[in-house]
Design a protein around this ligand. Structure first.
Ligand SMILES: NC(=O)c1ccc[n+]([C@@H]2O[C@H](COP(=O)([O-])OP(=O)(O)OC[C@H]3O[C@@H](n4cnc5c(N)ncnc54)[C@H](O)[C@@H]3O)[C@@H](O)[C@H]2O)c1
Length: 287
């Protein structure tokens, strides 16, 4: 199998842009694909803004920023992925969107190109069924914001080849991240533990146990968490939290039912930072 030097990413949103930036900062050539030119540009712009902030804080030099940006080629044409050694899918968390994307990727890449998904909650074995050679399919679960979060969960499906797991481990390490290995079970490690905790914080809010601010202060100062669960839900996206709870409920049972407050917020379109309003309000909207 080829050494992984060029990485394709499908979906230039929150996670795809972060993965693209991290990969380019680690010296990989990157191809970043989205459904429209406007979405590609939005992803590239997000990367530029984050790097500009890095320059202002002295984390990277202006020269390094320019080199990182120059390693990323954006576009809407899947043909851009043809030379990639690894393609990571980071499109929204529904089978209806992921299936045609994975099939499309599988049609343009070489037969030994590793195909990975950044899914938070969908079975790797199920998604592997959408690509040819499912043994080259694997879960690479990055965390938000990708450039600053140190962890990647490597998730092997029933068919994933051991060699593919060691190839992606090298990529993760070259990105300066720490990898953990998780079985293909709902939520893997972090979301299996974290998302029900956020859900319980929303239930506590629904149940008038305390205000959103006090729930977050309690968990920060009483449990030593760097961020409160409700502010974290706003950062992740309330819709993403709800979608993961629905998968956990479906796979693991009724005790994982989403809090009614989560459902109401998604119905109202208050999705957290990306809409400027969630459990808290934000002046700067992050799309
Ligand atoms: N947001 C998080 O904190 C987080 C963390 C870990 C994993 N994830 C997972 O990462 C994946 C992406 O999540 P996100 O938060 O980045 O979503 P997002 O909505 O921010 O970005 C998704 C991107 O995919 C693009 N897209 C939609 N359909 C497409 C298509 N057919 N072809 C190409 N691009 C298409 C959208 O235009 C958008 O830019 C999901 O599977 C999610 O569960 C999210």
């Amino acid at each position: 199998m080829a050494t992984i030097d060029m990485i394709g990413i499908v979906g230039a949103g929150t996670m795809g842009a972060g993965i693209a930036q991290t990969a380019a900062a680690s010296g990989f050539s990157v191809r970043l694909i989205d459904a429209t030119e406007a979405f590609v540009e939005r992803g590239l712009n997000r990367i530029r803004l984050d790097l500009d902030a890095g320059v202002a804080r002295g984390r990277v030099t202006a020269e390094q920023r320019d080199e990182i940006v120059a390693r990323i080629t954006g576009g809407t044409d899947y043909g851009l992925l043809a030379e990639c050694h690894l393609v990571i899918e980071a499109v929204p968390e529904t089978l209806a969107i992921k299936e045609p994307v994975l099939t499309g990727v599988s049609e343009v890449v070489s037969s030994d190109c590793v195909i990975a998904t950044n899914t938070s909650s969908i079975s790797i074995t199920t998604l592997a069924g959408y690509v040819s050679n499912p043994q080259r399919f694997i879960g690479l679960h990055f965390f938000n914001p990708v450039p600053r979060m140190a962890l990647v969960e490597i998730v092997t499906g029933n068919d994933t080849a051991a060699e593919v797991a060691s190839q992606v481990l090298q990529v993760v390490e070259r990105m300066g991240k720490t990898a953990v290995h998780a079985a293909d079970k709902p939520g893997f490690i972090v979301n299996r533990v974290l998302i029900p905790m956020i859900n319980e914080a929303v239930r506590a809010l629904d149940d008038n146990v305390a205000s959103a601010a006090d729930i977050d202060t309690a968990m920060k100062l009483g449990a030593g968490h760097p961020m409160g669960p409700l502010a974290l839900a706003d950062l992740i996206g309330i819709d993403v939290v709800l979608a993961i709870m629905r998968v956990l409920e479906q796979e693991l049972g009724a005790s994982y039912a989403p809090a009614s407050g989560l459902i109401a917020m998604v119905d109202a379109g208050t999705l957290g930072r990306k809409t400027g309003r969630g459990f808290f309000t934000y002046e700067e909207v992050r799309s």
